[in-house]
Structures are given as C-alpha cells and as structure tokens.
Design a binder for this molecule. Structure first.
Ligand code: BGC
Length: 349
C-alpha cells in the first residue's frame, strides 16, 4: 500500500512510497483511510525539526488528523465494517506515570508517551491503518469528511476545559474571550468558546478574505493588529499563534483574574515590552494565570465529536480550504495565506 513516510530529523526526507500492510501490533481493527488533515506539526516533522521514528526503524508514517472507514472490526463488538472512525493520537507511557495510569495521557508526566504520526508510532497517512478499538472513536455519519476536523477540535476542547477548571479557583463568570490567530486551531477555539456562550473576538493579520468571514459567520468579532489595542480586557485569551510577541502582549492585556491558555508551539523571535519581573508583578497583583495545553484524552475526543455535530456543518466545510491527493502531499504542506485546513484525500467518504 502507499504511505507518506519521513525520516525524522532529516529535512526533505518525506516521500510517498510502497510499504507493507499495517502491522497487527498497531491494533486489531483494520481501517481504510479516507482523509488526513495536515497541520503545523507535520510541516515541522517534514522540515526535520520534530518527530521520532518507531524503535528499530528509520522512517515514520506521517499524519495524526485521521478519518477512516472500518474494513474489519476484528474481535471488537463496538464497531462494524463501514463505520467512520478517527484514531486517538497519544498512547500512555509504559511506566505508567500517575496521569497516564488514570487515562490522562495528555498530561503525561515523564515524557515517555508515544503519538501516532509524531512520536514512535506510525501515523495515518497510509491507504490502510490499524488501531486498537479503545483508541478509535466512531464519527457521526452526518459529519462525513468533516470528521477529519475532530483531532484539532480535541486540542481546543482540552484547552477550554483547562481554562474553566483554572477559573474555578475563585468566583468567576467569564464573558469575553479573545482568540489570537485565525488558523484552524484559532477558528475551532472560537467555535468552542461561542458554543459556551462567550462573546468572542478573534485577532489575525489578514485584513480581508475567508478568515474574517469565517469569524463573522460564528457571530464573533474580527480584529487585526495587537491584542494590546483591542480596547477592553478579556477574561480569557486563547493563544493560538505561538508567536512570542503575541504571548507577551496577551500577558499585559488579560483582565484581572483572567486566564491565558497557550496552544501554539513556536520558537525564537525577538519580543519587546515588559521586562519579565514587571510582567510577573502584574500577574501577581492581578491574579492572572498563563497555562500551556497540549494534546487531549478520551473525554476531550468525545466532547469534540459533540461540538462538531452541534456546529453549523456549512461553516465547518469552509474550514477545509483544499483537498489534495496523497501524491501531491508536498503541495499540501505548503500553506497559502487563505488556507485554513488542507486535507489529503485517500478515498471518497
Ligand atoms: C497534535 C497533538 C500532539 C502535539 C505534540 C499536535 O500537533 O495535535 O496531538 O500532542 O502536536 O506532539
């Protein structure tokens, strides 16, 4: 079968190639790939900046934003052939650490977790893949191809849960949310915040086109420029760019008692603004919190599925701005300014 593989940490080593059928070791359920979303992490892996091959191998099958159709459910009674499914990305560490032991692999404490298509387990960019039934989720039929948006939705579902649980340390009735970045994560974060009844503001650099339209389509307000100039102090900031200056500006802009949740993975860059001790003093005197949030556990996958079913499906469909064939994966990894989510299409839904 065909698969997109890469030698992690070797830039430019990605290729579409023939590989053996999926290993039974990856799970008893056999799935035919329908689509796989492309995200910044995939780009980083292809650029040789991130990613780990399975032990004893040089190459990793890429892809963690899956959507597939069950070909053979194996001994599992929970699935049947033809079901649309997505695969959970992370697996608990083998020790296990206390969090992995209770199913909170997203909060793994020793870093020995593994991730499909990212860290030591093959991903989903192959014509067929296998999965353990307990790490698969059935996708509501009405979603069809939109099921490929489930994985990024799990990431923002967890982030929102973190914000709410931190907010509950004191009396707190959040009303306003600023989302920085109108990429797939930012737009899905805005969707989740809207579904929780928040007044949502999304900030991005684009001044026209699809992104402002999508934001308005959610009943949210679109802004360009800095979070420092937004004109009010938001209760929550969901930071979805990973850009240093945006993070620093968010720290100065959030309301007293507010929560900033970082979801973007950036690096480097120069920042201007408050020296660290002054920023720290401001946080102390205003009881503000900055929290990082990565990955998602099964509860978030379940909730994310509900979020997508409840959302306007026409709006979700507009997030998928490009569908590419696996042989064009290189083109799929290049992002144009109006791209939101690019997906590789392996088969029709
Ligand atoms: C994925 C997460 C993963 C993280 C770090 C993200 O792109 O969506 O599932 O935990 O990368 O590897």
């Amino acid at each position: 079968m065909k698969a997109i593989t890469v030698e992690p940490k070797r830039p430019g080593s990605a290729r579409l190639e023939d590989v053996g059928e999926p290993d039974l070791h990856d799970g008893s359920m056999l799935v035919e790939a329908i689509a796989v979303g492309v995200c910044g992490t995939d780009v980083e892996i292809v650029e040789g900046k991130y990613g780990w091959a399975p032990s004893g191998k040089d190459r990793l099958v890429l892809g963690h934003e899956s959507l597939g159709r069950v070909v053979d459910p194996g001994p599992s009674k929970g699935f049947k052939a033809g079901d649309l499914v997505v695969g959970i990305v992370r697996r608990p560490d083998p020790v296990p650490c206390p969090n992995c032991a209770v199913g909170e692999w997203d909060m793994c404490r020793n870093g020995q977790y593994t991730e499909r298509g990212i860290k030591q387990i093959d991903g989903f960019m192959s014509e067929r893949w296998r999965i353990e039934p307990e790490y698969a989720l059935r996708v509501d039929r009405t979603l069809g191809l939109l099921g490929v948006l489930l994985e990024p939705t799990t990431v923002v579902t967890k982030a929102w849960e973190q914000v709410v649980s931190i907010g509950q340390r004191a009396f707190w009735e959040p009303r306003t949310v600023v989302v920085t970045g109108a990429g797939p994560i930012g737009l899905l974060a805005a969707l989740v915040a809207r579904q929780h009844g928040m007044e949502v503001h999304v900030l991005d650099r684009m001044t026209s086109g699809l992104k402002p339209d999508l934001v308005r389509g959610l009943g949210a307000t679109y802004h360009t420029g800095s979070v420092a100039d937004i004109g009010f102090e938001p209760d929550v900031i969901l930071e979805c760019t990973g850009v240093g200056q945006v993070i620093i500006d968010a720290m100065g802009a959030v309301a007293p008692g507010g929560v900033i949740c970082l979801t973007g993975v950036g690096s480097g860059g120069r920042t201007v603004g408050l020296p660290a001790a002054d920023a720290g003093s401001k946080m102390v005197l205003r009881n503000t919190v900055v929290v990082g949030s990565v990955n998602a556990n099964k509860r978030h996958w379940y909730k994310a599925g509900e979020t997508l079913v409840r959302a306007d499906h026409d709006w979700l469909a507009r997030l998928i701005t490009r569908r590419e064939r696996p042989e064009n994966f290189k083109h799929a990894l290049e992002r144009t300014p109006d791209d939101v989510k690019v997906v590789l299409e392996f088969a029709q839904v």
